[in-house]
Design a protein around this ligand. Structure first.
Ligand code: DC
Length: 216
């Protein structure tokens, strides 16, 4: 593995994508939002009225889908779907799609392929533990459920969505539970990952602590 690979894992709303995007810019490397890939498949399933508990149907859709992440854009069959994948409906269903092993195989192939060709920072749940076990640097970001919910709530209300904070905190807790307890490649801190608690910390402070660990 010659390209630089940095893994950023952790539960929903811990600040992974915000931090990874800034670090990518500072280091002039690519940023890959792996959660966006699972969201895009979920969005397509919902759009096609697929029963989200029917694994065979989900797998069929996933096999017939082209997913890519380039220049901070998520492409679903060639179309940018950055906004469509951030709805509460997608958030509420994505963990059920992401727990399907065959879907994960397909997404992980795409992620590894990108990592083979470029220096990358990827954020997700299983990047340091499964996708790139030999990543040069591994970070695991955490924060209290209340803080994580408050961040997501701010993001969504700024975009004009009307959702209650309680609803978001409940969704986050439920997703963490499914993501952590799934059989295959669950949300877990890799043994050699550096844990950073982002509760009450500014974005700059977290970026600084990540960069302070990286020697390139
Ligand atoms: O980071 P996010 O909230 O956009 O991720 C959406 C969902 O996708 C999350 O609930 C779990 C799943 N996911 C995953 O299983 N593995 C990843 N590498 C990234 C996300």
């Amino acid at each position: 593995m010659n390209n630089l690979v940095i893994a950023v894992d952790g539960p929903a709303g811990a600040g992974k994508s915000t931090i990874a995007k800034i670090v990518a810019k500072k280091l002039n490397i690519n940023y890959i939002d792996t959660g966006a890939m699972y969201r895009a498949i979920t969005y397509k399933c919902l759009k096609n009225n697929i029963d989200i508990n029917n694994e065979d149907e989900i797998i069929k859709i996933a096999k017939d889908t082209d997913i890519d992440f380039r220049d901070n854009n998520i492409y679903l069959d060639g179309q940018i779907v950055n906004e469509e994948i951030r709805t509460m409906e997608v958030s509420n269903n994505v963990s059920n799609v992401a727990k399907v092993k065959e879907v994960r195989y397909l997404m992980v192939d795409v992620q590894r392929e990108i990592g083979k060709r470029n220096s990358v920072i990827l954020d997700g749940r299983d990047i340091g533990s499964y996708v790139f076990p030999n990543a040069h640097y591994k970070f695991f970001l955490v924060a209290t459920p209340h803080e994580r919910g408050t961040r997501r709530h701010k993001e969504l209300t700024e975009k004009g969505y009307e959702v209650s904070l309680d609803e978001i905190i409940n969704d986050i807790i439920k997703r963490d539970e499914i993501d952590s307890n799934r059989e295959f490649a669950p949300l877990v801190k890799a043994n050699d990952a550096i844990e950073i608690d982002t509760t009450g910390k500014s974005i700059d402070a977290v970026v600084d602590s990540v960069l302070s660990k990286i020697n390139i």
